[in-house]
Design a protein. Structure first.
Length: 195
């Protein structure tokens, strides 16, 4: 594991520690990380629930968590199917320097393959990237395969939030902690097994 990875993990821990950490064995059992909102976290905005049952394939909803937009995308099989083929065009295809929970450490960057959750803030200077889901050529990319485009300085991200080479953003989009309460309900800002 590189220095930058350690730094990213550390940043993630720092950013999520505001909601409070409960229980021991954090390092040994990363999938059972437990978070409960502290008073400080509640003031900053605690976990938020969202109904994901009505997001059609290829669609995205946008919710607010701690004052920042969180994008939830129901990716199609076609969108997922091209991810591997994009690796050579990306700065960090394996998300080694990304800020994300350990359980999303794959090219899908998600707990469920189709459902992608990401903080909708460009990692360059903080604009909100726009969603371009279709796998069709765009003015900003003639080989576009779906993803996010930041209009401020033209950073491009694939549908896993991985940044393309040539973009001013240096890091993939950040993934927040999250968990599913059931098939229809997601909680952002919490990633224990029970809310
Ligand atoms: S803020 Fe997104 S590219 Fe600069």
């Amino acid at each position: 594991m590189t220095e930058s990875v350690n730094k990213s993990r550390r940043n993630l821990l720092l950013s999520t520690s505001a909601v409070g950490v409960v229980g021991a064995g954090f390092a040994a059992v990363p999938f059972l990380k437990s978070w409960l909102p502290s008073e400080r976290a509640k003031a900053a905005g605690g976990p938020v629930k969202a109904d994901i049952s009505k997001i059609e394939p290829g669609q995205m909803i946008n919710i607010l968590w701690r004052g920042q937009p969180v994008f939830i995308v129901n990716r199609t099989d076609e969108q997922i199917g091209v991810l591997e083929s994009l690796n050579d065009r990306l700065k960090d295809p394996q998300s080694e320097s990304a800020i994300e929970p350990e359980y999303v450490g794959n090219i899908y960057r998600s707990r469920k393959e189709n459902l992608f959750v990401v903080i909708g803030i460009c990692t360059h200077l903080g604009c909100s990237p726009k969603f371009y889901p279709d796998l069709v050529p765009q003015q900003f990319d003639s080989e576009w395969k779906g993803g996010f485009f930041c209009p401020c300085h033209s950073s491009r991200f694939d549908i896993s939030g991985r940044v393309f080479s040539g973009s001013p953003a240096s890091r993939n989009l950040d993934v927040p902690p999250y968990m599913f309460l059931d098939d229809n309900t997601i909680v952002i800002g919490l990633d224990q097994e029970k809310a």
